[in-house]
Ligand binder design. Structure first.
Ligand SMILES: Cc1cc2nc3c(=O)[nH]c(=O)nc-3n(C[C@H](O)[C@H](O)[C@H](O)COP(=O)(O)OP(=O)(O)OC[C@H]3O[C@@H](n4cnc5c(N)ncnc54)[C@H](O)[C@@H]3O)c2cc1C
Length: 372
């Protein structure tokens, strides 16, 4: 039930969800001149970094996977490399950026996100409330707390994925330490990070996986961030697009000696081995599921209701969005329904990145500003 009534005549847009994608959208709206009292943010966490920060800390992530442009500020420039270069009085981050080798420190990213939030007016707009339903009405959408012409949904991943045979195990994205013998389930970035973490903690590690890991520098290849690559993706048939997205969701981690050498050294000392059997867990003290998130609109109660009630077009686990990340059928010159984050992959394959959050934010803000 609503905890507060939002006056619908003053508030024009709402963001549902309060994570990194919400913050990126909020900063973009503010940059475009939309005032805090014109925006409502409905979410479960007042600190927009909290959910992400807890997961990144659980796998001891030190460096961002993204590069200088992986920031939540509204303007593309300056990126995080410029900030670091200015703070440390060195050109090194800028040189690394030119070679696509700059990965900001997680603590620097968090400091930057906090600065963006602090100067944005976020607190004025934030309402601690989970939204269960978005109902299309004339000229807008009714949420539990009011009516809005423009709504962006950024509810993030619908939960951690834990295979049933490992349901007692800790998930890699939950806080944990490492026992002397550890089985890590999975073959993606979180699994690879956990192999190295557990080895560094002195544990003996078994990697439980059904297939050999794919080695890829970025989760989503750079081409999908370019206008041309994206245009080709948007022009493809539904089946082709779904198959591209399935392919991109195959677990992967980057190639390189930083990953390979510690594993090779541990294998030589019999501290690391691979198994394809879930039975292997019986011989170890701790099992860690590095098995990612539950996937698809059906797993998110708000999105499921939205799709089923409004008969929205879908393709498999994806909502079939327009290229600018809006929901066709519920978006017209008077109102906008946008989706950001992982649920927006149909519009932008790298939607579950900070750059992806900004892609959806820009599409949303363009429409909001058209109706000013
Ligand atoms: C460990 C890890 C490291 C990553 N590293 C990087 C990186 O280096 N660079 C990069 O670009 N990306 C990275 N990513 C990917 C990406 O940036 C994150 O997934 C990011 O958190 C997505 O933001 P979000 O706002 O969509 O989701 P979240 O940050 O999860 O926020 C969603 C919020 O909405 C709330 N919510 C959910 N449902 C409702 C509802 N019905 N009503 C109200 N609120 C609701 C949730 O509780 C949550 O607070 C990483 C992801 C992980 C897991």
């Amino acid at each position: 039930m609503p905890t507060e009534t939002v006056p619908s005549d003053t508030v024009r847009c709402a963001i549902v969800g309060s994570g990194l994608a919400a913050l990126a959208t909020y900063a973009t709206l503010r940059h475009a001149g939309v005032r805090p009292e014109e925006i409502a943010v409905y979410g479960t966490h007042e600190d927009p970094t909290e959910v992400w920060r807890t997961r990144a800390a659980a796998i001891r992530q030190q460096r961002m996977r993204s590069e200088s442009d992986g920031h939540v500020g509204a303007a593309a420039f300056p990126g995080l490399a410029v900030h670091e270069a200015a703070r440390r009085v060195t050109l090194a981050p800028l040189i690394a950026t030119v070679a696509n080798r700059y990965h900001p420190r997680v603590e620097d990213f968090l400091r930057h996100a906090e600065a963006v939030r602090a100067r944005s007016g976020w607190e004025q707009s934030f309402r601690r409330e989970r939204i269960d339903r978005i109902e299309p009405v004339d000229d807008g959408f009714a949420l539990d707390g009011g009516t809005f012409r423009h709504v962006l949904v950024a509810t993030g991943h619908p939960g951690l994925q834990r295979p049933v045979e490992f349901r007692e195990a800790v998930h890699a994205y939950e806080p944990h330490d490492y026992a002397p013998t550890v089985a890590v389930v999975g073959a993606g970035m979180a699994a690879a990070t956990e192999w190295l973490n557990a080895l560094a903690a002195g544990s003996e590690v078994v990697s439980i996986r059904r297939r050999e890991p794919v080695r890829r520098a970025l989760n989503v290849p750079r081409a999908f961030f370019s206008k041309r690559g994206l245009a080709a993706f948007h022009a493809a048939t539904g089946e082709r697009r779904a198959s591209t997205l399935r392919e991109l969701s195959t677990p992967s981690y980057p190639p390189g000696p930083a990953w390979d050498e510690p594993i090779a050294a541990a294998e030589r000392l019999s501290q690391f081995r691979v198994s394809d059997s879930s039975q292997t867990q019986n011989g170890v003290e701790q099992v860690i599921c590095a098995t990612g998130f539950r996937k698809g609109w059906r797993e998110d109660t708000l999105l499921r209701d939205l799709v089923e009630t409004n008969d929205l077009p879908t393709h498999g686990r994806w909502i079939a969005l327009a290229p600018d990340s809006t929901v066709p059928g519920l978006t017209d010159p008077r109102r906008t329904l946008s989706i950001a984050g992982v649920a927006a992959q149909w519009a932008f394959p790298a939607a579950d990145t900070i750059a992806g959050a900004k892609y959806a934010a820009h599409g949303f803000v363009r429409r909001v500003c058209r109706t000013r």
